[in-house]
Every structure is written in C-alpha cells, then in structure tokens.
Design a protein around this ligand. Structure first.
Ligand code: AMP
Ligand code: ZN
Length: 466
C-alpha cells in the first residue's frame, strides 16, 4: 500500500508522490520564540516528528526544516517587558525550545533557520513582489496586493468576497484593501530595524517562510505543515507570496494538525489553563505525553485531562513491560537460530498492518493497535519456560522498528541486575560441565561486555563490577 495523505489544499486524501524519488523536502512552521512552549505547541512538534521518522523508516531521505520567528511585534513587546534586547530574548527561548523538544524525543531538524539570519533573502523576496506589482510601498510599509493573486483563498477555501466579510476593518489608510497584508513594517522609534529599499524596518510574519522555504528547499517542496490555525491567514499568505514570484506551487501537500484542548476547553491565556511542556515533564514521563498525542488521529481534536493521561500511561506501560521482559529474558535465553515460521509470519503480518495504518494518512491510533498485537504475541511467547534468543530478538527488533517511528519507549539502563548475573554464572558453570563451550563463552563475553569480571576463588566463582 502506498502512502496516502490528506491534503488541505485539495481537501482529499491523495497518493504521496515526492518530487524527487526517494527524497522528501518538508517544512514545518516553528514557534515565535518569546515564551516557553505549551502542551498545545507539542502537538505539531510531535506529529511532524513522527511523519518525518515514518518517512525515514520507509527509506526516504528527509530534509526537515523548521524555523524560528525571532523578531516580530510580540518579541518586541516581551523584550521591552523583560528589559532585554530582542536577540537576548530569542536566544533564551530558542534554547528552551530545543531543550523541550529534545526531552520529548523529537529528532533534530536538518536546520532551524531564523528570521534575523535571512533578512537579505526576505528583502529580495519583497523586492521581487514589488517588481511584479504584487506588492506596494506605503509610507515605509510594504503590503501584498491580494486582489492581484487570483487564487488567494484557495488553501482555506474562501474567496476574496467572503474574506472581506470576515475581516475586522482596521483603520489603516495605508492599505489599498483590508485583505492586503504586511510584508515589511516601518520601524517605530527605538524598535529593532534593518535597512531596506523602503527605509528602516522589519519583516512581516508571513514572508519569512516564503523566503526560507525557497532558500533552503527550493521553489516547490513536498510537505508543508503546521497547526490548523495556520491555514489562514499564514499559509494562505505564504502561497500568495511564493507562487506570485515563482509561478509554481509552493508545496504539493499541505498538512495541518487539529488542536489540543484541556478538559474540553480551548487552551487560552484568558482561561489561564495553559500548561508548559517543561512543567508537564516534571509530573509525567515525556514518553507518556508522546503516546497520548499519538493516541488520536492528528486531524481530530484531542482532549488533555488527568484521565486521558492516566489511560495513556497505563497503555504505554504494557508496551514498555513487554519490551523490558523481552530484554531481560534475552540475557538468559538459549542461543538457537531456529524460529517457528508461523511466528515469523505473524510478526510480518503485524509489521505490515502497522505500515498500512501509517500509510493511511498517518493513522497513529490504529498503528498503535498493531503495536499491541505485537505485545500480545510477545507476552504469549514469554509465558513459555524455554525461550529462544533468536525469537526474542525478532520481537525486540520489531518493537524497536515501530519505536523508530513512534519514539515512545524508554531505553532502560542496560545494566544487569545482581540476580541476573548470578543466574548467568550458574548457567555458565553448568554449560562447562556439560561441555557446551559455546554457550559458556557466550555468557563470559556478555558479562565482560557489561563490565562484570569473574574470579575463580577456592570458595567458587566471585564476581565484581568494573
Ligand atoms: P504559536 O505559538 O501559537 O505560534 O503556535 C506554534 C504552533 O503550535 C503552530 O503550528 C500552532 O498551530 C500550534 N498550536 C498552538 N496551539 C495549539 C493547540 N492548542 N493545539 C495544537 N496545536 C497548537
Ligand atoms: Zn510559516
């Protein structure tokens, strides 16, 4: 089954065909770095990480770019409030973001470009729009002329007239039309600024992504992602900017995650119900939060509550226990390469069930069902008194392969417990007695590898850790 993804632009599921075979270029809009990220921000961060990991598991070479908005109105206001400079504020919260997402097991992006490192590219982009008459200067600001882009509204499925209705009419005589949006903002006295053909100022919000996508990924990319609130106006504006300049589609697939609510309410400043990722992970394992996020389809709203977290924690524990048990039993299992072919077949069926679900627009909740099928098989197998190392390894490999995509398992310390060491020493002595030198050597090697040293003493074998 090939991968199918729901494309916001066409409002249907489509076969995923990358521009270049075997390669995927993806861009996900990143945070404005004026605050710590909250659990809602964790949804796109985790979901698109899983998209990227899954594509990699399917042998695609993925270039994953996600930006930092390190200058805008909110940044300027917050810097003033804290009496720091905008770059100082940015540095603090970029580091905090990187720390938080690392805690969540998110793989590093290929690149995290920042607005302030791309001012020249942004100015060039705006100049190209002005040159083509898609933008106009008005007293030091530059605006995008939406009426000139016939397809404006195609992503959010609205036309200009409908849009006119929805827009709060701002009293701004600089704009030709209320739907026009700002590309370059003239600096007010005391504000951070860059020189430009239109005077001193800074970029508007939407233009940065158009400039960065083109610079780092090219004219058309495969996947562009973000939360559903970004569909309009942000992504609509990105399309208008990019496609006006390049004449090509900006992205072939537009993916948007639905929102995370708290106790069935929208998370909002006024309700004061926001929870920061860094506070949450003091209470629960980050893997539980990841599992919880993936327990709903990304296009469905997800409700965060004590109850739903507890359910996630219990469910994840079943997977983790099976994983730990497999690893423990492996340390003492007999080494044989024979595996029942029926078992191999069952595991292969589970693996393809997982892929089928992920291929169906990244249906993580159903893919997790496949993980539980594997856990059930593993638990059944572990009930046997004599288990064989090759079969245990097969289970472990499969569980780890799923986890390459999901990132929900904790890698427990590989240290052997005292009783496991004792058990291995007894088994080694018995193996030697029965002249099973291969097994005896295998156990010695395993112990050496784990830093356990054996000494022959008159009282028998003694052991110590390195
Ligand atoms: P913001 O900090 O609002 O710029 O959001 C950064 C990213 O997080 C964007 O992709 C938003 O769509 C996403 N986001 C913000 N709040 C939520 C939420 N409650 N649920 C899911 N995604 C969210
Ligand atoms: Zn963007």
């Amino acid at each position: 089954m090939t991968l199918r993804v729901y494309n916001t632009l066409t409002r249907k599921k489509e076969d995923f065909v990358p521009i270049e075979p075997g390669k995927v270029k993806m861009y996900v809009c990143g945070p404005t770095v004026y605050n710590y990220i909250h659990i809602g921000n964790g949804r796109p961060v985790i979901f698109f990480d899983v998209v990227r990991r899954y594509l990699e598991s399917q042998k695609y070479e993925v270039t994953y770019i996600t930006n930092f908005t390190d200058v805008d109105d909110k940044m300027i206001r917050k810097a003033e409030e804290l009496a720091v400079t905008v770059p100082e504020l940015a540095e603090t919260f970029i580091q905090a973001f990187l720390d938080d997402v690392k805690t969540l097991g998110v793989h590093d992006a290929t690149l995290n470009p920042r607005v302030t490192e791309n001012i020249q590219e942004i100015i060039d982009f705006i100049a190209a729009l002005v040159e083509k008459d898609f933008a106009y200067e008005a007293r030091g600001d530059v605006y995008y002329r939406t009426s000139k882009f016939a397809e404006y509204g195609k992503l959010s499925n609205q036309n200009l007239e409908e849009l006119q209705y929805g827009i709060r009419i701002e009293v701004d005589d600089r704009k030709e039309s209320p739907q026009d949006f700002v590309l370059w903002k003239a600096a007010k006295p005391g504000e951070i600024y860059w020189d430009s053909p239109w005077g001193q100022g800074r970029p508007g919000w939407h233009i940065e992504c158009s400039a960065m996508v083109r610079k780092y990924l090219g004219e058309t990319i495969d996947i562009h992602g973000g939360g559903q609130d970004l569909t309009f106006p942000h992504h609509e504006c990105e399309i208008a900017q990019t496609e006006a300049v390049t004449g090509h589609p900006m992205a072939n697939y537009w993916l948007h995650n639905a929102f995370l609510n708290i106790d069935n309410e929208k998370m909002s400043k006024s309700l004061g119900n926001g929870i920061l990722i860094r506070d949450l992970v003091k209470q629960i394992k980050p893997q539980v939060f990841r599992f919880f996020m993936l327990s709903a389809h990304y296009r469905n709203p997800l409700n965060f509550s004590d109850e739903s977290l507890k359910q996630a924690s219990n469910a994840l524990e079943r997977i983790q226990n099976a994983y730990d048990n497999l690893k423990h039993r492996l340390t003492t299992a007999s080494a044989t390469n024979e595996i029942e072919s029926a078992l191999t077949d069952r595991l292969a069926a589970i693996a393809s069930q997982f892929d089928d679900k992920m291929n169906d627009d990244f249906n993580t909740p159903d893919a997790i069902t496949a993980v539980f099928d594997l856990v059930a098989e593993a638990n059944l197998y572990l009930q046997q008194e004599r288990v064989n190392a090759a079969a245990l390894q097969l289970f472990l490999d499969q569980l780890q392969a799923f986890d390459q995509t999901l990132g929900i398992l904790s890698q427990q310390s590989d240290e052997l417990l005292d009783e496991e060491i004792e058990q291995l020493i007894i088994e080694r002595t018995e193996s030697r007695k029965s002249k099973n030198w291969a097994r005896a050597d295998e156990i010695r090697d395993l112990l050496t590898e784990k830093g356990i040293f054996l000494e022959d003493t008159p009282q028998g074998i003694r052991w110590r850790r390195k």
